[in-house]
Write a protein that binds this ligand. Structure first.
Ligand code: DX5
Ligand code: ZN
Length: 213
């Protein structure tokens, strides 16, 4: 079994004290720091860029997990790699040649993730699974934190687990109860924004997402 990892999404953090928020989740037992990058094209929202990754890099020892929800990932991989990302995930629905995007991420010696939106068939990623370190299964439509978990995505996690033995990350609307469901289907990296940063006790929230341990 792959180790269960908790990746708080800083999208739901208090940006007026971002450094402190990152330190707080690290102290509270987080495994990765999840950074949601949105460009106003691939998704309607605009969030953060390489500058934010660069500014949190010295604040934490944890791997920085960059989730690119952008139209042309290839154009920005170098900037995110140099800013200090450890894992770079692109969407299969974005523009560009997936094999080229993967090659570039590997060129910078970063781990590669590929993500699929709730309505995307896993057939689309099947040909490149051998080349990636992680599959990110979205359980909301990408674009905003705080949305409701789409339970219809659960069978997809199970399908991916049948053909992929490395990390399966799940992202969107995950609380303690849905964390149990996605882990039961074979996911092992849990992204959570609201259900961590929206609470008072990050340590307790992270422990509960992990299944109480
Ligand atoms: C959605 C983002 C998620 C989101 C998670 O597009 O990729 O990472 O911020 O936040 P919650 O847990 O609040 O759904
Ligand atoms: Zn995300």
């Amino acid at each position: 079994m792959n180790k269960i990892l908790i990746a708080p999404s800083i999208l739901s953090a208090d940006f007026s004290k971002l450094g402190e928020e990152v330190r707080a989740v690290e102290r509270s037992g987080a495994d990765w720091i999840h950074v949601d990058v949105m460009d106003g094209h691939f998704v309607p929202n605009i969030t953060m860029g390489p500058l934010v990754v660069k500014s949190i890099r010295p604040v934490t020892k944890l791997p920085i997990d960059v989730h690119l929800m952008i139209k042309e990932p290839e154009r920005y991989i170098e900037s995110f790699a140099k800013a200090g990302a450890d894992i770079i995930t692109f969407h299969i629905e974005s523009e560009g040649e997936p094999k080229e995007i993967i090659r570039l991420i590997k060129y910078f010696k970063k781990h590669v993730g590929v993500s699929i939106k709730p309505n995307t068939d896993i057939k689309l990623i099947a040909p490149i699974l051998k080349m990636v370190d992680m599959v990110l299964v979205m359980t909301v439509e990408p674009g905003f934190g705080g949305q409701g978990f789409i339970a219809d995505c659960l069978p997809k996690i199970e399908e991916v687990r049948k053909i992929f033995s490395k990390d399966i990350e799940v992202d969107g609307g995950i609380n303690e109860s849905f964390a149990k469901d996605v882990i039961a289907k074979g996911a092992n990296v849990i992204v959570a924004g609201t259900s961590i940063f929206g609470t008072k006790d990050y340590k307790d929230a992270i422990k509960n997402l992990r299944g109480g341990n």
